[in-house]
Design a protein around this ligand. Structure first.
Ligand code: TXA
Ligand code: MG
Length: 349
């Protein structure tokens, strides 16, 4: 299958291309499209056969449910068994935007879309191309991140093409995404709403709107004794081929430790990759040294994370040492992804 890639500069001028994409969705096909978080791989959420195509293209386990993307709040009412009051409050505060809510589904949503679950994950994205595609198709669009299962989520159309060329008919290229890590997921079917995946919308922001919120213990635990509630969070995603070790502590101590470890590995003839920041990379001497950006710019760090993990996927290094990024606001979301990539290997100095 040839994959058509359309650059979308502007949803009005490029409307004909978005309509072409919408036709594919309507007829049960797949289209990758930009959202504000990461690129999604979309299909009509209410056609079981269309959802199945997503799993096939990604090589995704069939028990891992998809997020349904909508363009208006009424669409949530349309597919939910009931709409909790928290959903209305959160939608008012954060939709369109990087927040996914889990509610009980009604019979309109096929089990192929929810991985067999009786709940459904729903999100209204804010990216103009995503919204226009949903509107033009007249469908609700099921869309996981547009990567091959197990690879870092795509933040550029080029990443989608790496993984999906020849497997899907169309990619809408909207340039680099704005946020770079996937949406926050909150489960509203729990007595106390529970965060199943941290993201740009933080626990504090959610608590300000709906009061008490808890964090899924399964995503905080560094061992496998606690199972995360979101099926997708149990997989070791975002894993570069080389082993990745996080070094945590005060900046100077971290740099010294990474340099000492690098010397040791290079002495053994091993190739070393390093993930640092603009402030530190000049002091490292690994074979490949990449910067996540300025340490103070946590939005930049989130946006660069997956591109950097992908670069290391390609690089022929034996081991990667990374500084840690427990930054004030979205640090929890960034560290959640990095810790998973590292298989929770952390050296505290
Ligand atoms: O930012 C995002 O959310 C992106 C963009 C494309 O919107 N999408 C995304 O989808 O990250 P995906 O499929 O890569 O991640 C969806 C996560 C998985 O961990 C899945 O297990 C969880 O959401 N999930 C979906 N439906 C669920 C449900 N009913 N109950 C619990 N977890 C659910
Ligand atoms: Mg994903």
């Amino acid at each position: 299958m040839r994959t058509q890639i359309y650059k979308i500069e502007n949803t009005t001028e490029d409307l004909a291309k978005i309509r072409e994409a919408a036709d594919i969705i309507q007829s049960g096909g797949l289209v990758a499209f930009p959202t504000e978080t990461v690129y999604g791989l979309g299909a009509d959420a209410l056609q079981p056969e269309a959802s199945k195509r997503i799993y096939a293209a990604k090589g995704r386990p069939s028990d891992n449910p998809l997020i349904v993307h909508i363009s208006k709040f009424e669409d949530l009412i349309y597919i939910a068994r009931e709409v909790p009051k928290e959903a209305e409050q959160l939608a008012k505060a954060f939709w369109p935007g990087p927040l996914t809510m889990i509610v009980n589904k009604n019979e309109k949503v096929p089990y192929e879309t929810t991985g067999g679950m009786d709940t459904v994950a729903v999100r209204m994205p804010s990216h103009p191309v995503a919204l226009e595609l949903i509107r033009q198709s007249g469908c609700l669009i099921a869309a996981p991140s547009a990567n091959t299962s197990g690879r870092p989520s795509p933040t550029l159309a080029e990443h989608v093409a790496e993984d999906m060329s020849g497997r899907i008919p169309m990619i809408l290229d909207g340039g680099e995404v704005g946020i770079g890590i996937e949406s926050t997921i909150i489960d509203l079917t729990e007595e106390i709403p529970m965060i199943l995946r941290p993201g740009y919308i933080t626990e504090e922001m959610l608590a300000e709107v709906i009061g008490q919120v808890k964090m899924d213990p399964g995503i905080v635990a560094s061992d496998s004794t606690q199972k995360p509630k979101a099926p997708g969070m149990k997989y070791r995603h975002y894993a570069p081929k080389a082993s990745l070790i996080l070094v945590d502590g005060e900046q100077k101590a971290v740099m010294d430790k990474i340099n000492a470890l690098t010397d040791e590995m290079q002495f053994q003839g091993k190739k070393v990759g390093i993930i640092g920041t603009d402030e530190t990379i000049a002091s490292y001497h690994g074979e490949i040294v990449l910067s996540m950006g300025a340490r103070e710019d946590e939005d930049g760090i989130a946006r660069h994370l997956y591109r950097i993990l992908r670069e290391f996927d390609e690089a022929e290094v034996d081991v990667i040492y990374s500084e840690s990024f427990a930054t004030p606001r979205i640090g929890q979301a960034i560290m959640n992804r990095l810790l998973k990539a590292a298989g929770h290997q952390v050296l505290v100095v």
